[in-house]
Design a binder for this molecule. Structure first.
Ligand code: E4P
Length: 216
């Protein structure tokens, strides 16, 4: 399973990258706005830190505008993946950009039918938002299961990128379902490594070792 970090904060990206488990980065307009920095500058810095797909989202809402913005974003670095909203215009733009060999990530996916359209349009990734579905009382992970099953049924090459992850259990469930990628906030990446029995066991090992007076 590939792990992307879901942030535009370069300090977080550097820290996660130092763990050696990062395969890519996803950003969105809200995450970029939070940095207070110019979009292009942030993207260039992210591309210099992580060697993998870096999602950068368009803000145009018409297909021609999305294609134009997508072309400009893709020109920044070969690892840029153009993020497009899962609308009719986004699907048209996906088809056009995919035809030019540009990687795409169809975002704001909330249904299996939207994911089917993304695959048929040649999207590199589709991003179903599990946390936002959970927030309105629906089952985000059930959508992941549906999309993984449908893509397997037809052999679609589009990768399922689980987004809007809120907690480690989302990652665990996504891995069991065979989702290709999880894009994970920094705080949740840290939580993946945490277990109280690990902390307790380590403290006991170190206390016992100290009693031996030995060094390694
Ligand atoms: C990533 O591609 C998405 O934009 C992100 O996961 C959305 O997360 P949120 O629902 O926590 O804003």
């Amino acid at each position: 399973m590939e792990f992307f970090i879901d942030t535009a904060d370069v300090a977080e990206i550097r820290e996660a990258q130092s763990m050696g488990v990062l395969d890519g980065v996803t950003t969105n307009p809200s995450l970029v706005a939070k940095t207070g920095r110019p979009f292009r500058e942030v993207l260039e810095e992210i591309c210099s830190i992580v060697d993998g797909p870096i999602s950068a989202e368009v803000v145009a809402t018409d297909a021609d505008g999305m294609v134009a913005e997508g072309g400009r974003l893709a020109a920044i670095h070969p690892n840029i993946t153009v993020k497009l909203p899962l609308t009719v215009d986004g699907i048209k733009a996906c088809k056009a950009l995919a035809g030019r060999g540009i990687k795409t990530n169809l975002t704001l996916c909330f249904s299996a039918n939207q994911a089917l359209l993304a695959a048929k349009a040649g999207a590199t990734f589709v991003s179903p938002f599990v946390g936002r579905l959970d927030d309105i009382g629906q089952d985000g992970m059930a959508l992941i299961n549906d999309i993984v099953t449908i893509y397997r049924n037809y052999g679609y090459a589009t990768k399922v990128l689980v987004a809007s992850i809120r907690h480690p259990e989302h990652v665990h469930a996504a891995a069991l379902m065979g989702a290709h990628v999880a894009t994970i906030p920094f705080a949740v990446i840290r939580k993946l490594a945490a277990h109280p029995l690990t902390d307790k066991g380590l403290a006991a090992f170190l206390a016992d070792w100290q009693g031996t007076g030995e060094t390694i």
